[in-house]
Design a protein around this ligand. Structure first.
Ligand SMILES: [Zn+2]
Length: 257
């Protein structure tokens, strides 16, 4: 059994054949797909998708690249939406200094506020960072208490950042299809991560693994990324699958029960 913890199935080019996408995912052993939002509009769209497809669960929140068009009051709306039974996380939230360098202060406020919301609701967070991992780790350690837990999706930090994440109870990291690319530089990092700290994700429709690089990504392709991970970690594939599944269940699906 596999859980794709990160797939943006609301984009038009993937939503148009969502039924087939879900069928292909199920054929590959995927039992749950978490769809993370970017803003209020996508948060609402995902809730609708989750009502139409058993396999789909929602992470709702305001993405750092979208906070420029948002208002802190929108977090109140996210809070109201979080009562929906298929909401399993607040996300994706975080900091992006690659696309947005001119509103770092604003990004930090939205990040902090949404971490507080997650704590209040005892929901895990899905964190996006790009060129911003150090600031993100600082904000998390300031906000940290035993209610805060989550995932650094598409982890892009170095060995030291990884050590910081490992110190945080109930925090996990995941990698996308780019780990299958020839020029992927962080194999050593993946090798050294305790398997208890790893999750599986695709970031569909982006970062498609080899041998489909360049095509649209979808959850069913997650197996290529997990196989690569098993190879890098020199682990038995089925054993890795089982642990990844248990980790995702622990983080996202036991929290509300
Ligand atoms: Zn994403």
């Amino acid at each position: 059994m596999i859980i794709d913890t990160h797939a943006h199935l609301f984009f038009d080019d993937i939503k148009k054949d969502i039924t087939e996408v879900v069928e292909r995912a199920i054929e590959q052993g995927i039992v749950k797909i978490i769809v993370p939002a970017l803003d209020l509009k996508t948060s609402e769209e995902i809730l609708k998708l989750s009502e139409e497809h058993d396999i789909i669960y929602a992470a709702i929140g305001l993405h750092p690249s979208d906070v420029k068009d948002a208002d802190l009051k929108d977090i109140k709306t996210i809070e109201e939406l979080s009562a929906h039974e298929k909401v399993v996380a607040i996300g994706e939230i975080g900091l992006d200094y690659y696309w947005n360098k001119d509103n770092m202060t604003e990004q930090k406020s939205f990040f902090r506020e949404q971490l507080e919301l997650a704590k209040d609701k005892t929901l895990p967070v899905i964190i996006h960072t790009r060129n911003s991992i150090k600031d993100a780790l600082q904000i998390i350690s300031d906000a940290y208490d035993n209610r805060l837990k989550g995932q650094f999706h598409c982890f892009s930090g170095d060995e030291n950042d990884m050590k910081e994440v490992i110190k945080l109870n109930d925090f996990y990291v995941s990698f996308c299809g780019n780990i299958t690319f020839k020029n992927f530089k962080h194999k050593e990092l993946i090798k050294n991560i305790p398997v208890e700290k790893l999750l599986s994700e695709t970031d569909s429709p982006f970062l498609t693994p080899e041998p489909f690089r360049g095509k649209r990504n979808e959850p069913s392709r997650i197996v290529y990324t997990i196989k690569k991970m098993a190879e890098i970690k020199n682990m038995n594939y089925d054993e890795l699958l089982k642990t990844l599944y248990e980790n995702a269940e622990r983080l996202f699906f036991n929290s509300n029960t």
